[in-house]
Write a protein that binds this ligand. Structure first.
Ligand SMILES: [Zn+2]
Length: 194
């Protein structure tokens, strides 16, 4: 997946800095629009919410809770392709504090596991909650990894009926319709307090 420069998230912006156009994004907090172009109103971090197509700028301050390199995040799987998924990050580290904005991360198939993975289809599906590590902020995009037993799906949902999946020995089974699916789970699947 290639992201245009205007879709980069997390980078430092100055007042008057161009963030994108209204055809691409809905302007949100910390932005203003002039002649169809979205600009930053303040000094802060630009946040491009790829799923909701929103752009906002969050002021820089000490208490700002944002994903960083090396940190553990929890998010919901959004748009899925065969070799990557978008993740809507809603929790960072052990902090229960609300995040300073909405962050999007990308989990690429090569960062899922140390083993070879055939398709993202057997890793996670849209709607699942996953725990992952931020391994790169390259190009101001949060790249995630689940290549550790601590990381992977923590809550998975049946792609047929949406009910919770229960972990069986080598597969996942829907508690309602019995559908069998595959996931790359974290060792403590189903136990994280959200
Ligand atoms: Zn089901």
């Amino acid at each position: 997946m290639t992201l245009k420069a205007t879709e980069q998230s997390g980078h430092l912006v100055l007042p008057g800095e161009r963030l994108g156009v209204i055809e691409e994004f809905i302007p949100d907090a910390g932005t203003y629009v002039k002649d169809g172009v979205i600009y930053s109103k303040i000094i802060g971090r630009a946040l491009m919410d790829l799923m909701n197509k929103k752009v906002s700028v969050y002021p820089l301050n000490e208490g700002a809770v944002v994903p960083k390199l090396g940190i553990t995040v929890i998010g919901q799987v959004g748009n899925a392709q065969s070799d990557n998924v978008l993740v809507r990050i809603f929790k960072v580290g052990k902090i229960k504090k609300k995040l300073s904005g909405v962050f999007s991360g990308i989990l690429h198939i090569s960062d899922v596991s140390d083993r070879y993975i055939d398709s993202m289809n057997e890793v996670c599906k849209p709607g699942d909650l996953i725990r992952a590590k931020v391994i790169s902020e390259k190009n101001q995009i949060f790249h995630l990894s689940t290549a550790d037993k601590n990381f992977g799906v923590i809550y998975g949902f049946c792609s047929v009926c949406g009910s919770t999946l229960e972990q069986k020995r080598h597969e996942m089974q829907c508690t309602k319709c019995g559908n069998i699916e595959k996931r790359k789970t974290a060792f403590d699947y189903g136990k994280e307090e959200l």
